[in-house]
Ligand binder design. Structure first.
Ligand SMILES: [Zn+2]
Ligand SMILES: [Zn+2]
Length: 271
């Protein structure tokens, strides 16, 4: 037990319920982030929803969005669907928890859920023996200032630690406050994302010849991921494994229809 846990007792990363120390440390006595008994079965169910494209459980689905595939990123690992209209789902609540607050417990929980999935895909052997590194798509500086955190960066750092891989922040984001992606249609999203990110050249030599594990929190059209893949490819990266907590477009399930609240331009609110 850490001293800090006495002052900040562990909470369920989804609903915020206080957890008992027993639940937090597990039978092995090893520290682990855990969900409360109410959220755990719901979360397990959300990970097992079938992908609308390949039919696999979403946790096992590899489907990348069309845009990502066209940039050469064919493997996309995610945990759950993202449905902006349903904030009450366990997965969505965790996503908002890492977006709106710097919740270390939630970040560690998500990294713990993603790491074995990423490891399985790394071992699938499609990577030509390349070394791996972890990188991420940073948020806008203004947004970081407002919310106090960059959840993709924090998730990537936690993943790098758990996977024992280097974290290389090779992608930068221009400070200029461009139109948030949520206000744009898919075509404009890609040009907007392409203009938003740049390659941090001092990291170029550490990226060349390797496979990038590219982390973001939520993927909708995949425009930001696509822009990131293109930049990393220009830097000499040879393979791309995209990772996000939640995704909507590529996993759009025709069976489940959830009405989404829309803003005045007709797009679901996001970011
Ligand atoms: Zn809970
Ligand atoms: Zn799929």
């Amino acid at each position: 037990m850490k001293i800090a846990d006495l002052f900040f007792p562990p909470q369920c990363p989804s609903c915020g319920e206080l957890l008992s120390f027993d639940g937090f440390f597990g039978a092995s006595g090893v520290e682990r982030a855990a969900l409360c008994p109410d959220c755990l079965p719901l979360w397990e169910k959300e990970k097992e929803e079938p992908c609308g494209l390949c039919g696999e459980k979403v946790i096992n689905c590899q489907c990348a969005t069309k845009m990502m595939q066209s940039a050469g990123c064919k493997t996309f690992c995610k945990l759950v669907y993202y449905r902006p209209g349903n904030r009450e789902e366990v997965g969505n609540r965790i996503v908002y928890r890492i977006k709106d607050h710097a919740d270390r417990n939630a970040v560690n929980f998500l990294a713990g859920e993603l790491a074995p999935q990423i490891r399985a895909r790394m071992q699938a052997g499609e990577w030509g023996g390349n070394a791996f590194f972890v990188t991420y798509l940073p948020r806008r500086a203004g947004t970081i200032l407002k919310s106090g955190n960059d959840q993709a960066k924090e998730l990537a750092a936690a993943l790098a630690k758990q996977l024992e891989l280097p974290l290389i922040p090779a992608v930068g984001r221009h400070a200029k406050n461009r139109t948030p992606q949520k206000f744009l249609g898919p075509a404009k999203r890609l040009s907007n994302a392409t203009a938003a990110f740049y390659l941090r050249e001092k990291y170029q030599s550490r990226v060349a010849g390797k496979t990038a594990i590219l982390v973001d929190d939520i993927v909708t059209s995949g425009a930001s991921m696509t822009a990131g893949v293109r930049l990393l490819r220009r830097a000499g990266a040879k393979g791309f494994l995209a990772v996000a907590v939640a995704s909507d477009e590529c996993n759009r399930n025709p069976v489940v229809v959830t009405p989404e609240p829309q803003n005045e331009r007709g797009y679901a609110p996001y970011r």
